[in-house]
Write a protein that binds this ligand. Structure first.
Ligand code: IVH
Length: 675
């Protein structure tokens, strides 16, 4: 950086500090809010290029500064992944079977690493030539927040790796946590400020005042790394190398072959759970061979090569005060039990889902009953069984209503479905509000300060009636400022939190719409079908050609079932939805992140596989072809470019010959795909 640039940065920082002081301490601002905002935006642009700026030098970090909870965004060099859960032996069997099938392995005795799943916060540590350069939170896996100065206070995390020839660049991932014992001590000192060790770790780490972080007993254990080409051949050996460089790794790390061995370790660790000094909620199994890991790749946000084997749940007894009905965003009518509050494993539970009316009947659950409640992880608690005397006089069985208690529409009871539904999809306020809440919720857009409570209020006041309104809050500035509990600062923070989320990945955008059957995975699969923002816009402008093309791709997409496609189609056909989406697109910055592809002779070509491939599974061949930029189709016609023919190719090979389509045998395909 030139001295001129340095001076420019210093000038902006001084200016912000000067105006902060006038605004907050002297209550005598010299510039308008708009001018101040421009100054902040200018600084934020510069800040992106300064990952090492210390918190104490950052005017946005200072408490009392206008945007006191601002941390700089950080784009992870490699995505930080999540894990799928396995609860039962059969879930695990399926996980292993899929791996063996994908890799087309003859030897099915595949090796896994095993580690406890720590209940903490994951961080990404970027080392350059062995020196810690950046530490960032996980965020949504793509973008996190820079917390380098906070992390630098954790003594266990080496500032410099103890290696003679450290790699040029390395991303080490791991968990930051607080031990159970330290948590109890900390909570005693801080008047029970935190609900559990995980919250305490989160509250301690994301601190604007680094001194607070420094005073907290944070610990770290590594559990992974980003792309590392010079890395070891196995995960286990890699972790051992990290250990020799001074990075803490799990003392329980081990390897096992096959399901019985995995389960033995599971029982061993779960029996030891209470002796382990920190909270764990299961085990993580990873394919040990790193080459296999990269061949297996990821589906959406989760790797095919790892899984979290969760521990069983905890239970407690209490009584049902009342049964209520809730209408979900997809119209589902869910009975909910209001309970006499009860503490289960450290969490106060006062509601339990009754799932559906069939469940109530099957378990014969009634108001006033004493019941056993089960709670596992983040899942909503549910009722296992009734324990009170069923011969005693009890209230009558709770039946589904005929009409929606919110909008009065008919309740539909489909004999093929257990869930009963309100038919007022687009008029039922409970469904509309439910979709709005989902849109801003943590798993969707995650807008800070806009939760269920605010959505209820803003909907009632007609400030937020649809998704687009969320991005036009400025229009209602006066109205909101007149509402109880709202002031200039809280309004400004809310608008900023919304603005922060204008950049949205298409898959997240689609997921956030809350369409029935379109969860995160299906949304990702659908998003991949769109090549550009313009194509997405044309789709919602009802361009028939684009629609035909997209549905053709969706029908050929692995793992995307007909129900999901039909639901997406129905949603996208409804005029009001289309209009809402079209105006919403104008408010946000949609990011179309297509699969990262490698330029190859088949880039942009439509290819089709037929017959049996001996060297790899069809799924692996397809994912390789997609990485090489080809589009894999399932039916052959004039527009198909290449047919890859394995053994016993039949009618498709014949048709390819007739149509004069290029034909490739397995040998040529292998050579090409190993490029
Ligand atoms: S591996 C390969 N290993 O669990 C996928 N994660 O649900 C990356 N976690 O975000 C994670 N202990 O914060 C892995 N031994 C462990 C873990 C672990 C805790 C957390 C991690 C991750 C989340 C995934």
């Amino acid at each position: 950086m030139t001295s001129n640039q340095e001076k420019k940065i210093k000038d902006i920082i001084d200016k912000i500090n000067y105006h902060n002081d006038l605004y907050y301490n002297k209550d005598n601002p010299e510039i308008s809010d708009a001018e101040y905002d421009r100054l902040i935006s200018k600084f934020k642009e510069i800040q992106k290029k300064l990952p090492n700026l210390r918190n104490e030098d950052n005017p946005l970090m200072k408490i009392g500064g206008k945007s006191s909870d601002e941390f700089t965004k950080f784009n992870h060099p490699t995505r930080m992944l999540s894990l799928d859960n396995a609860m039962t032996r059969s879930d695990l069997e399926n996980f292993i079977k899929k791996i063996i099938r994908f890799l087309s392995l003859k030897d099915t005795n595949i090796q896994f690493s095993i580690e406890p799943k720590i209940d903490g916060l994951s961080v990404n540590l970027i080392y350059e030539f062995g020196q810690l350069k950046v530490a960032a939170t996980r965020g949504d896996g793509l973008d996190g927040e820079i917390i380098t100065s906070n992390v630098s206070t954790i003594k266990e995390i080496p500032q410099k790796l103890k290696s003679k020839s450290p790699p040029k660049k390395l991303e080490i991932r791991g968990e930051i946590f607080i031990t159970k014992k330290d948590f109890l001590e900390l909570n005693e000192k801080s008047k029970n400020q935190f609900a559990n060790p995980r919250n305490a770790a989160a509250g301690s780490l994301r601190q604007l005042d680094v001194k607070i972080t420094e005073s907290r007993p944070l610990k770290f254990i590594a559990h992974g790394f980003g792309v590392y080409e010079e890395g070891k051949k196995t995960y286990y050996d890699q972790m051992m190398e990290f250990k020799s460089w001074g990075v803490p790794i799990s003392p329980y790390l081990t390897v096992a072959n096959g399901i019985d061995d995995l389960l033995k370790n599971y029982t061993f660790i779960s029996d030891k759970r209470s002796e382990i000094p920190y909270d764990i909620d299961g085990l993580v199994y990873k394919v040990n061979d790193t080459l296999y890991q990269s061949r297996l790749g990821i589906v959406g946000k989760t790797p095919r090569w790892a899984v979290a084997h969760k521990f069983a749940s905890e239970t407690a007894k209490t009584s049902i005060k009342k049964i209520d009905i809730q209408i979900g965003r997809t119209g589902s009518v869910t009975p909910v039990a209001r309970l006499e509050p009860i503490n289960i494993g450290g969490v106060l539970v006062s509601n339990a889902t009754l799932h559906n009316f069939e469940e109530i009947e099957k378990k014969d659950i009634r108001e006033g009953d004493t019941v056993v409640i089960e709670r596992a992880g983040d899942v909503i608690p549910h009722i296992l069984n009734v324990v009170s005397d069923k011969n005693k006089k009890r209230s009558s069985l709770f039946k589904p209503p005929k009409n929606c208690p919110v909008c009065g529409s008919c309740i539909i009871i489909d004999p093929d479905e257990v869930v009963v539904r309100c038919s007022g999809t687009y008029i039922c306020e409970a469904q509309i509000i439910g979709r709005l809440k989902h849109f801003v919720s943590r798993s969707a857009l995650d807008i800070e300060g806009l939760g269920d409570k605010q959505i209820n209020l803003f909907y009632k006041e007609k400030i937020i009636k649809n998704y687009g309104d969320i991005f036009k809050l400025e229009k209602n500035r006066r109205k909101i400022l007149n509402m109880e509990g709202w002031g200039e600062l809280s309004f400004k923070n809310l608008v900023e939190a919304v603005n922060d989320k204008r950049k949205i990945e298409l898959s997240k955008f689609i997921y956030s719409l809350g369409i029935r059957f379109i969860g995160e995975k299906n949304a990702q699969a659908i998003a991949l079908a769109f090549k550009s923002k313009n194509e997405f816009r044309r789709f919602y402008n009802n361009d028939q050609e684009v629609k035909k093309d997209i549905f053709n791709i969706l029908e050929n997409t692995d793992g995307l079932g007909p129900k999901a496609i039909e639901s997406f189609n129905e949603y996208s056909d409804y005029k009001d939805n289309r209009n809402q989406i079209l105006s919403l697109i104008e408010e946000v910055n949609l990011v179309i992140s297509s699969l990262k592809t490698v330029e190859s002779p088949i880039t942009g070509k439509k290819i089709i596989f037929t017959g049996t491939l001996n060297s790899m599974s069809r799924a692996e061949a397809k994912s390789m072809a997609e990485k090489l930029g080809a589009k894999v189709v399932s039916s052959i016609n004039k527009s198909t470019d290449i047919l890859i023919a394995g053994e016993k190719s039949g009618s498709k090979l014949k048709k390819a010959n007739e149509l004069g389509i290029e034909i490739m045998n397995e040998e040529s395909w292998r050579k090409l795909s190993l490029l």
